[in-house]
Write a protein that binds this ligand. Structure first.
Ligand code: RP5
Length: 167
């Protein structure tokens, strides 16, 4: 199961893509709000109980002084994927990005791009696929579909630009 958490309900718009990715790959998930600053006790309870509840990987999105992913990573041995959120009063997302990416050695957080919750979902799926053959096949299929979609875009461009490169 993937545990998807975010610092505020206002982060849901961005984090929805991580949820949609879990749904797309039919991976069980759990979603909730856990704030490092506003509900610190809930954060400790969540992080400490996550493995026992069957969570294998945690996706944590947060904006501003985004301490949630790092603090959760400090409280669990599960892999934590951080999504820096460009929230309302943010400094263009830089505040969230730097708060999440600059972890001290010993407490890793796999930091995605700003608002990169699609990739957070995909990375979580790929981690789960290491021990799930069927899911591994779905990941390969997804990559193949991606290639096919780029190639059909190239075909469409060829009509417009006759001078092109072919492998
Ligand atoms: C952070 O503060 C949250 O992750 C959110 O991105 C930001 C703003 O939260 P709200 O004031 O909208 O609840 O903790």
């Amino acid at each position: 199961m993937i545990g998807i958490i975010m610092g505020s309900r206002s982060d849901l718009e961005v984090m929805r893509e991580a949820v949609d990715t879990a749904k797309e790959f039919r991976v069980p998930y759990e979603v909730t709000v856990v704030s490092a600053h506003r509900t610190p006790d809930r954060m400790v309870a969540y992080a400490k109980g996550a493995a026992e509840r069957g969570i294998k990987v945690i996706i944590a999105g947060a904006g501003g002084a985004a301490h949630l992913p790092g603090m959760v990573a400090s409280l669990t041995t599960l892999p934590v994927i951080g999504v820096p959120i460009k929230s309302r009063n943010s400094i263009d997302g830089w505040d969230s990005l730097l708060s999440i990416v600059q972890m001290p050695a010993g407490v890793p957080v796999a930091t995605m791009a700003v608002n990169g919750s699609r990739n957070a979902g995909l990375l979580a799926v790929q981690i789960l696929a290491l021990s799930d053959k069927e899911l591994g096949h779905k990941v390969i299929e997804h990559k193949e579909k991606q290639v096919a979609s780029v190639l059909s875009g190239i075909d469409a461009m060829k009509v417009q630009f006759p001078n092109h490169f072919d492998e």
